[in-house]
Ligand binder design. Structure first.
Ligand code: ANZ
Ligand code: ZN
Length: 840
């Protein structure tokens, strides 16, 4: 039978319809089979349509899902839409198209695009975070958090975007600018909802031991949580009984404190500021409000501050030191007060230089060799013994050393060392001093050992329209009252005007008939909360909803949860490591604590894909005109080509430039696979070489897929195709195996060829082949080892052993060792598969 040429357009559509009609990829709920839950980050259906970057992640995990099905697993590979959030709202404001309408349109487009890729999603479980039946449960989780006191309201300084007129979470401020519009973020104090993720900080660190994430991701999460061990110390004010509590990780430097600095927002500022300084202090507070936290704390940025006129006393030696307001002190960290040690802290040093505050060194480095200066000139290297430093022998010279190497170069010495000029604590090492001074403070009830976290509580309200309403009712008598669970969902009302109000209130505040309600507790007049949830709310738990999307009674059926959770393999972007990945772990842990889900971690394994850049190496962007449209690639080269190309383009976890030439190369490969079919002969017996290669390829795919090395899998398949191309007749059995192992990666063409070979049942219903252990074992040979031409040993080795490996084997042999030990090897003569001669 003669086959037509490879026509991707007709075959891809045909098989997609066939798979869909026969519900090929539906996951079974009550199955005896072992399960695999494969998850990709569900997309935000933006107006731009699918990005080829989406295709990279989805195609690769689709191959994983398909292979696991063939291996006998009951696979869940679901899809849905993360559709609330600012981009759609901004689009709506610009175009006048309602966000709901825009979302529907965008989803329809995304869906068409994803279907044209032939991905094996279980579409019967499609979810959408903006549907009331979905966000009912997002609101329900919020209520549980509220009941457990993990959601609360607070007046807090937040980052504020003057252009979007909206509060920004810490993570939405990039380099001091609003992540969305690029405007400089400011500080503003408003009432916000907070989720107390900090209560989970320790567990979020500890439980990283339970999961299989790349080290890089674990480290990023740990740094983001930023656990610091330190000391709290109270500095009593000189002329009042009140004291200021500071947090420091370096209590060993306390004798070097020459000032105290308070955050401009610190509640004591107004109390302790003297009449004379009022004007200046108010101005400083005003100025710092206009700066973002980033601008205030970054090392390179200029720090400003002002003296309050008040003094306090160092708890260790009662020395009187001035209290300043400094904008580099953050109100929400460590109590918002810092003891300034300019000699040993860089930011304090810069501040002190600017305002002529004293620099008093109290730590000298305990590395022992250093340059000594005489009359300002570097002249000798001298080594001090520790005891010499401890006895104060080198003190003067060491002070000079600090002056010349550090202070004169604008640097503080921030390392550990040996204490000097520190009263009873002189001569201690920093580590010892931290312990001793803290104990001393604890005994005097002037301080204590403590832990601080960089992680902040999560600001969970937005003054926006396009989000989940927060299900709370404010009653003048009863306070914040949760909406009764039976009244969920609190539906987002349809409004014509969804522009931000700019007053800090959400557009919902203007809808009187929605806002005014009866208090669920006292039935008196009350008002709904008008803030909505941030755009990540729905994505915190969506992987749970996939398990039971129709359930109206509970978040998901317990049996289903127990069977499917945790997710076995979750792939997504690196950029989500500290936001989505951390937040969703937090919610899942909470759901575990209240007995809703069966374990403490949602994702067993996490991998990340590198982003796909444009051909010119820049980010794809409409404004650069360099966006690659997957529709165009699919229509020209086919979904199989696009999928294979994106797996082949480079190491999966690395960013890479798009290259249309590369897609053409893949297309030629698939065309070759197609043409090979005309040479397939049923009666042909396989030659041993071909058979070995097929089995080696199966083994390689097994191994590489688990390490998400998709590119080397595709190249192994190419090598196999090239091998077949050299044969006049291709054995039916081997070609069939080849199609089967290619099918998870190129599902359409393999299905067509498989059916062409006369198979009635789909290729995607076949079992994944076992490779033959005997066949993949490389042939062994006897390698002759010579030293200077004389045979010294004969060793067993693989036939294709490399020169380096052979050398390594040879010189480690007992018989050879004694000839070559301590001799310089001049030359190696290596004859592949036969002999190695070591010339000494
Ligand atoms: C005195 C000192 C001396 C400090 C020294 C460091 C070195 P991490 O490790 O990041 O937790 N600090 C404390 N609260 C602050 C705030 N609200 N805003 C800005 N800085 C603050 O950093 C802890 C250190 O950061 C603390 O230790 C404090 O400076 C500063 F030689 O105290 B240190
Ligand atoms: Zn009430």
């Amino acid at each position: 039978m003669i086959m037509e040429t490879y026509n991707h357009q007709s075959i891809e559509k045909k098989w997609q319809e066939y798979w869909e009609k026969n519900e090929f990829y539906k996951a079974e709920d009550s199955s005896k089979k072992p399960k695999q839950y494969i998850l990709i980050e569900f997309p935000y259906p933006s107006g731009d349509g699918l990005h080829v970057g989406h295709c990279r992640s989805y195609s690769a995990l689709d191959a994983v899902a398909r292979k696991k099905r063939m291996e006998g697993f009951n696979v869940l590979y679901p899809i849905g839409w993360d559709a609330f959030g600012l981009p759609t709202e901004n689009y709506a404001i610009k175009t006048g198209i309602h966000p709901k309408v825009a979302t529907e349109k965008n989803i329809a487009n995304f869906k068409r695009q994803l279907k044209s890729l032939g991905l094996s999603f279980d579409w019967s479980r499609e979810i959408n975070t903006t549907e009331p039946k979905y966000y009912k449960w997002t609101q329900w989780i919020f209520l549980q958090l509220f009941k457990k006191d993990l959601a609360c309201q607070a007046e807090i300084p937040i980052n504020w975007c003057p252009s979007c007129k909206i509060g920004l979470a810490h993570e939405e401020v990039i380099d001091g600018k609003c992540e969305r519009c690029g405007a400089q973020a400011e500080q503003k104090t408003i009432k916000q909802w907070l989720l107390k993720i900090t209560k989970y900080a320790d567990r979020l660190i500890e439980d990283l031991d339970r999961v299989d994430y790349p080290e890089k991701i674990k480290t990023q999460q740990i740094n983001w949580i930023g656990k610091s061990f330190g000391t709290e110390a109270d500095f009593k004010l000189a002329d009042s009984s009140e004291s200021i509590r500071v947090f420091t990780t370096r209590i060993d430097t306390i004798f070097g404190a020459t000032a105290l600095a308070l955050a401009p927002e610190h509640p004591l500022v107004s109390k302790i500021t003297k009449e004379e300084q009022k004007q200046e202090v108010l101005k400083c507070i005003e100025e710092s409000r206009k700066k973002s936290e980033f601008e205030r704390t970054e090392l390179e940025k200029e720090k400003t501050g002002v003296f309050t006129g008040s003094y306090c006393l160092n708890p260790l030696n009662s020395e009187k030191i001035p209290v300043w307001v400094g904008d580099y002190v953050v109100a929400t960290y460590g109590g918002g007060a810092v003891m300034m040690v300019p000699a040993h802290d860089q930011r304090d040093f810069e501040f002190a230089q600017k305002y002529s505050i004293g620099i008093k060194p109290v730590i000298i480095p305990n590395h022992q060799t250093r340059t000594i200066y005489v009359n300002g000139n570097k002249i000798i290297q001298r080594t001090f013994s520790i005891s010499e430093i401890k006895e104060g022998g080198g003190k003067q010279e060491n002070l000079k050393y600090l002056q010349n190497e550090y202070f004169n170069n604008g640097k503080a010495y921030d390392g550990y060392g040996i204490l000097i000029d520190s009263g009873n604590f002189d001569n201690l090492f920093s580590e010892q001093a931290i312990k001793k001074i803290t104990e001393w403070l604890e005994k005097k009830k002037l301080g204590k050992k403590t832990v601080q976290y960089k992680l902040r509580d999560w600001i969970f309200s937005r003054q926006h329209y396009w989000g989940e309403p927060i299900p709370i009712i404010h009653c003048p008598k009863c306070g914040a009252v949760p909406v009764p669970e039976k009244d969920l969902p609190v539906e987002l009302p349809y409004v014509e005007k969804y522009q931000p109000t700019g007053t800090g209130e959400s557009p919902l505040a203007k809808i009187e008939e929605w806002v005014n309600v009866k208090c669920p507790k006292c039935k008196g007049q009350a008002k709904r909360e008008t803030d909505t949830m941030p755009n990540w709310a729905g994505s915190n738990w969506y992987y749970v909803h996939y398990l039971d999307p129709g359930n109206d009674k509970e978040i998901a059926d317990k049996k289903k949860l127990k069977y499917w959770m945790p997710v076995d393999w979750y792939n997504g972007g690196f950029e989500h490591t500290t936001l989505h990945l951390l937040y969703s772990r937090f919610w899942y842990k909470f759901l575990f604590d209240i007995g809703v889900v069966p374990g403490p971690e949602p994702y067993k394994r996490r991998t990340s894909h590198g982003i796909v850049l444009a051909e010119d190496g820049r980010k794809m962007s409409k404004s650069f005109g360099n966006v690659v449209n997957p529709d165009k690639i699919i229509s020209e080269f086919g979904a199989d080509s696009l999928r294979l190309y994106e797996m082949f383009m480079g190491p999966f976890d690395q960013a890479i430039n798009w290259n249309t030439q590369g897609v053409k190369g893949i297309y030629r490969f698939l065309d070759k696979v197609w043409r090979l079919s005309s040479r397939v002969k049923r009666e042909e017996a396989g030659n041993p070489e071909s058979e070995r290669l097929v089995h080696k390829t199966i083994k390689k795919i097994n191994e590489d897929l688990e390490e998400f090395k998709f590119n080397t899998i595709i190249s192994a398949l190419m090598i196999l195709a090239n091998h077949f191309e050299k044969q006049e007749k291709i054995p039916f059995g081997l070609y069939s195996l080849f199609l089967i192992i290619l099918s998870p990666f190129a599902p359409h063409i393999t299905e067509e060829l498989w059916s062409f070979l006369g198979n009635k049942e789909s290729i995607h219903k076949q079992s994944w082949p076992q490779y033959d252990k005997k066949l993949v074992k490389d042939e062994m040979i006897t390698l002759v080892v010579q030293v200077n031409g004389k045979v010294r040993d004969k060793i067993e080795a693989e036939a294709d052993i490399s020169e380096d490996k052979a050398k390594e084997l040879a010189i480690s042999s007992q018989n050879v060792k004694k000839w070559v030990q301590n001799k310089e090897i001049k030359k190696i003569v290596f004859v592949q598969g036969r002999l190695i001669n070591i010339v000494i």
